[in-house]
Design a protein around this ligand. Structure first.
Ligand SMILES: C[S@@+](CC[C@H](N)C(=O)[O-])C[C@H]1O[C@@H](n2cnc3c(N)ncnc32)[C@H](O)[C@@H]1O
Length: 203
């Protein structure tokens, strides 16, 4: 699908990305389109972000699934047709149907799935799963292991913007991970859009 078609389709999927964040995620995915390697996502919900990431190539998306709960209905735009208690993963599969085999859904907790992926196998990692410590610490540590030289680490809810719930643990976790062992020098360039923060690993 062309990038403009992906954007139009993603707009119809309920989820947690503003318009500027959708555009930014699409642009980041397009940046790595010609790179080898996989795109890894944690936290698909109904697949809004996943669809945009397919602009960059194959996506492995990890989500623990479970029932639709109130915050998903409250936070989503457009409003979901899903009902409380529906299976999130069933909706995800339905929305991602047109993208097979370009997307692999890996059901489960990121703390169990991310460690099974190979070092430096990802050209882009997008984290939008559990936003609280210690889970976000673990996800960022794993993501930094997975992103290959020249690749991009992208966090949702890294920044606080008006009208959206703040998630301070995400920023704290990134800072802790970057500070360790002078790793910060490996990620010298960053980009911010809405609540998104993206870091480029040195090639
Ligand atoms: C904020 S939503 C993701 C929104 C999505 N990226 C979008 O564009 O609409 C968070 C998702 O992360 C999943 N999740 C939360 N904690 C997780 C964990 N530890 N491992 C895997 N998935 C998790 C939830 O099931 C939920 O679908």
């Amino acid at each position: 699908m062309r990038p403009s078609e992906l954007l139009a389709l993603a707009e119809t999927i309920p989820g947690c990305l503003s318009q500027i964040e959708m555009a930014a995620l699409l642009a980041l995915a397009l940046e790595v389109r010609s790179h080898p390697g996989d795109i890894v996502e944690v936290g698909a919900l109904f697949g809004k972000s996943t669809v945009l990431l397919t602009a960059g190539g194959h996506v492995t998306t990890i989500d623990c699934g479970g029932p639709v709960v109130q915050w998903m209905l409250d936070a989503s735009e457009p409003k979901p047709t899903a009902q409380l208690g529906d299976d999130v993963t069933a909706h995800l599969h339905r929305y991602l149907e047109p993208f097979r085999p370009g997307v692999t859904v890996a059901p489960g907790l990121s703390e169990l799935v991310l460690p099974t992926l190979s070092d430096r196998s990802a050209k882009l990692v997008f984290l939008d799963g559990d936003h609280c410590s210690p889970a976000v610490d673990a996800d960022i540590r794993q993501a930094m292991r997975l992103v290959q030289p020249g690749g991009i680490l992208v966090l949702h809810d890294f920044r606080t913007v008006p009208e959206y719930q703040p998630w301070p643990d995400v920023q704290d976790a990134l800072w802790r991970a970057m500070r360790q062992n002078g790793v910060i020098t490996e990620w010298p360039r960053a980009m911010f859009a809405g609540r998104i923060g993206a870091w480029y690993r040195l090639a």
